[in-house]
Design a binder for this molecule. Structure first.
Ligand code: SF4
Length: 114
């Protein structure tokens, strides 16, 4: 089986062709550097995503948040359900942890709110 991907690690956006056998990556072509090969391996075997969103603060207005690290791609919907239940106490500072241990990472603020 063959899968086409675009490497998103740097702005060059190399078009990758990944050959898979029994769910395993056997060959990656089209990458300009090793990072593209690693990206293709991860994307085909254990895709991860950073989630960005907003949460409501105690004054009813939103503040921007993101996952501190990446989470499995198939957990993004559940992660959004958790994020949607957060009410951030004011004031909020960039980097404040608003939820812990969400699929192995934290939800942190990416903006200040007073
Ligand atoms: S393969 Fe390397 S050069 Fe190409 S987009 Fe990915 S990181 Fe950039």
């Amino acid at each position: 089986m063959e899968r086409k991907l675009t490497c998103i690690i740097c702005p060059l956006g190399c078009p990758l062709t990944v050959e898979l056998a029994d769910g395993k990556v056997v060959k990656v072509t089209g990458n300009t550097c090793k990072r593209g090969e690693a990206y293709a391996n991860n994307e085909c075997t254990n895709p991860q995503r950073t989630v960005t969103s907003t949460v409501i603060c105690t004054d009813g207005c939103p503040v921007a948040v993101k996952t501190e690290g990446t989470i499995p791609k198939d957990k993004v919907f559940e992660c959004m359900e958790i994020i949607n239940k957060i009410v951030a106490p004011l004031p909020v500072r960039i980097g404040d942890v608003l939820a812990t241990d969400v699929f192995g990472t934290n939800i942190v603020a990416t903006a200040n709110r007073d």
